[in-house]
Design a protein around this ligand. Structure first.
Ligand code: HEM
Length: 400
């Protein structure tokens, strides 16, 4: 139905294709009926230098799913599976039905910014006898003191990230991907997440997480001169099949919301170093003002505290270590003890996790003010190859 946003006749937020900025598009039709809104009609390209779903603006629904190859399945079966998955991703991202046995769940919807992104875990390379082509970047992440990781919900041979601005379109893609797996691979774990609905806010904004914070402000932007260098594997790097790819660190981070919500607002803001209302640094300005990390208040204390999350995680405090955090919130109901099973499906993208996630998490783990309110429950590290060229399937340069 046609909605009004901020009092103007606008019915949806069009999110541009990979890397594009969000813009409003008016789609009111003269007879008062609503054509496919811009939310539904937005298509993200399957082919390209990089896979979709990395620099693509956040979508409102996300599914993360990891698979293990079936006993006896090796390189040949893996290549056939990547070929099937790529064909399905290409069709569904264009808003077309899956070529084999479409379930009809997305029949009325447009592409709805669907992205399907594929990655390989370290174990994939042993299963396919490709250990000599495994990137060193897939060496296991170090242990962190705040880890309470469930191995059954961690890692996996193959990883698929699905994102869409429509929940039915996202579910449809998840089912198609699972069906395509056939006898070649079995689901190891699966997680569901969400973000703000396009058009829910008067203008496009950085998302809020379930602690209520504006989350994503400090992210590298596709318009930054060093964005590609920080997020994507250069053409000259080894192994060559990873050119244009990226490494995804996936963490299921439970938020201890009962404890967090009892904390007074000013203390919550000290924990992050930013204001909850608008995300501005405590040193002043607006959301986009640079943090002044050396500013002292009248009480002689640092305005952005020594252990504030945003200070400790800032690239200038970590020798330039940066990553693109592209998370989904999750809520899997109320646990038996009455606490919400909720938090962040944290997905961090970088050209090299040893220069991105690892040093930052090491430092956060040693005394970040946010850590007491979090529990890292699952973890994965995946090599996400570059985008497929026309006629290619994802991972072809590794598997052919
Ligand atoms: C910044 C929340 C976990 C790395 C922030 C900010 C918030 C936040 C509110 C400030 C706004 C922004 O720049 O985005 C959270 C929550 C987490 C979490 C709720 C867990 C549930 C992590 C983890 C890492 C991380 C595990 C990496 C190891 C960063 C970085 C920044 C940041 C790099 C930007 C710092 C800057 O450029 O100034 N986070 N964070 N965060 N966080 Fe987290």
């Amino acid at each position: 139905l046609l909605g009004t946003v901020g009092g103007v006749g606008v019915a949806g937020l069009a999110l541009g294709a990979a890397g594009g900025a969000g813009v409003y598009a008016a789609v009111e039709s003269p007879d008062g009926t609503s054509p496919l809104t811009s939310v539904g009609s937005t298509e993200v390209m399957f082919h390209g230098k990089h896979q979709a779903g990395i620099a693509t603006p956040l979508q409102s629904t996300g599914h993360l799913v990891a698979f293990d190859l079936a006993p006896g399945a090796g390189r040949k079966e893996a290549a056939a599976l990547m070929r099937r998955w790529s064909a399905t991703a290409r069709s569904l991202m264009a808003g077309e039905p899956a070529s084999s046995g479409d379930t009809g769940v997305a029949l009325d919807a447009g592409p709805s910014s669907l992205t399907v992104t594929f990655g390989f875990g370290a174990s994939f390379f042993d299963r396919t006898q490709l250990a000599d082509r495994r990137p060193a970047q897939l060496d296991p992440l170090p242990d962190f003191s705040s880890d309470q990781l469930d191995p059954k919900r961690s890692n996996g041979d193959l990883w698929v990230q699905i994102g869409s601005d429509d929940a039915l379109v996202a579910f449809h893609a998840l089912r198609a991907i699972q069906q395509d797996a056939g006898s070649a691979a079995k689901v190891r774990w699966q997680m569901n997440g969400f973000n703000r609905t396009p058009g829910a806010t008067e203008k496009p904004m950085t998302a809020r997480n379930l602690m209520g914070q504006i989350d994503g402000t400090g992210n590298p932007k596709p318009s930054d001169a060093d964005f590609d260098q920080r997020i994507f594997v250069p053409d000259t790097a080894q192994p060559a099949w990873m050119a244009g790819g990226s490494y995804a660190v996936v963490r299921r981070i439970r938020m201890l919301l009962d404890t967090w919500e009892k904390l007074p607002l000013t203390e919550q803001e000290q924990v992050i170093g930013r204001k909850k209302s608008n995300g501005a640094p405590l040193s002043g300005g607006t959301e986009t003002t640079k943090m002044q990390l050396d500013k002292f208040g009248p009480d002689g204390k640092l305005v952005i505290p020594e252990n504030a999350h945003a200070r400790i995680a800032a690239p200038e405090q970590n020798g330039g270590a940066a990553m693109l955090r592209r998370a989904f919130s999750y809520h899997d109901g109320i646990a038996a003890d009455g606490t919400p099973d909720a938090g962040l499906l944290f997905v961090a993208w970088q050209a090299d996790p040893v220069k991105g996630f690892v040093p930052v998490q090491r430092k956060l783990d040693r005394g970040d003010a946010l850590s007491p309110f979090l529990r890292h429950e699952a973890s994965g590290l995946f090599a996400v190859p570059g985008g497929p060229r026309a006629g290619e399937y994802v991972g072809q340069r590794l598997l052919e």
